[in-house]
Write a protein that binds this ligand. Structure first.
Ligand SMILES: Nc1ncnc2c1ncn2[C@@H]1O[C@H](COP(=O)(O)OP(=O)(O)OP(=O)(O)O)[C@@H](O)[C@H]1O
Length: 258
């Protein structure tokens, strides 16, 4: 699937992002089509997570424009680091879900409460409706029988599956994964990848995945983007990128990790 100007759900145009004097993204252009599954791969520190954090409104950016479903992140005349009001950012956030490396579940809440809180507080769902939605999702990730457990009573893989259910409970249009398996013991990686793999078959859900799991990126993505020093050096269908990269930097990187 290729993105085009009419139908892009994500559109970065000339975006620059600096942390103090460190420029992480410079004139960054990147688009994603609705339903597309895109993996971002590349060396540590190249800016992949920053792209996700900007999309999730966890980081402001300095120059350029970013749109989600045609809505700009900056408001005309907007102030503050985000150049937008909190209300505007909240509207954007309801369309994006993020699954973090470290799960980020609320430790004092049960599994079920972790999944129902945001739909009730942010979307205004009635508790009964939110619980019904949560139980469906917990069933999908194989965690319904643990609904009354606390995060500390779960393995890392189980916590991550709950985190995925929690992100999905908001019915986001775009789901971001930031190295979702890198904090897990090797024997727990497969169960989380299995859940993400089945989500990747959902045609409506746009997925952006930062991962060091190259075989997985090859298997689930429509497109793989190789990042280096805040730029996409090369992108294309996984089969081509992994079996026949055109750029020397991509080849070098893949040789170092495969
Ligand atoms: N809050 C911050 N303050 C200062 N510098 C930051 C901050 N967050 C990230 N950086 C720097 O920005 C650069 C890009 O970081 P980022 O986490 O996006 O890279 P990455 O490609 O995701 O790396 P990794 O694969 O190791 O997660 C790095 O040099 C990092 O040290």
């Amino acid at each position: 699937m290729t993105a085009n100007a009419q139908s892009d759900i994500i559109r970065f145009s000339n975006v620059s992002k600096r942390f103090g004097t460190l420029t992480v993204l410079q004139d960054f252009d990147f688009t994603v089509a609705p339903g597309e599954k895109v993996s971002l791969i590349g060396p540590s520190g190249s800016g992949k997570t920053t792209v996700l954090r900007i999309l999730m409104t966890l980081e402001p950016f300095q120059d350029g424009t970013l749109e989600l479903g045609g809505i700009g992140y900056h408001e005309p005349g907007g102030h503050g680091p985000f150049k937008a009001s909190e209300r505007h950012l909240r509207q954007i956030r309801t369309q994006v879900g993020m699954v973090f490396q470290s799960f980020n579940l609320f430790p004092h809440m049960t599994v079920l409460r972790n999944v129902v809180e945001a739909p009730i507080a942010v979307l205004g769902l009635k508790r009964e409706e939110a619980e019904c939605r949560a139980l469906d999702l917990l069933g999908m990730v194989g965690m319904a029988d643990k609904k009354d457990h606390f995060p500390s009573q779960l393995s890392g893989g189980q916590q991550q599956r709950v985190a995925i259910a929690r992100a999905l409970a908001m019915r986001p249009r775009v789901l971001l994964f930031d190295e979702p398996t890198s904090a897990l013991d090797p024997q727990l990686v497969g169960e989380v990848l299995g859940v993400i793999r089945s989500l990747a078959s959902e045609h409506d859900l746009t997925m952006l995945l930062v991962t060091h799991e190259m075989r997985f990126a090859r298997e689930v993505s429509d497109r793989v983007c190789f990042f280096d020093k805040g730029r996409i050096v090369e992108q294309g269908e996984p089969e081509r990128i992994f079996s026949n990269p055109e750029q020397a930097r991509t080849r070098e990187f893949l040789q170092s990790v495969l």
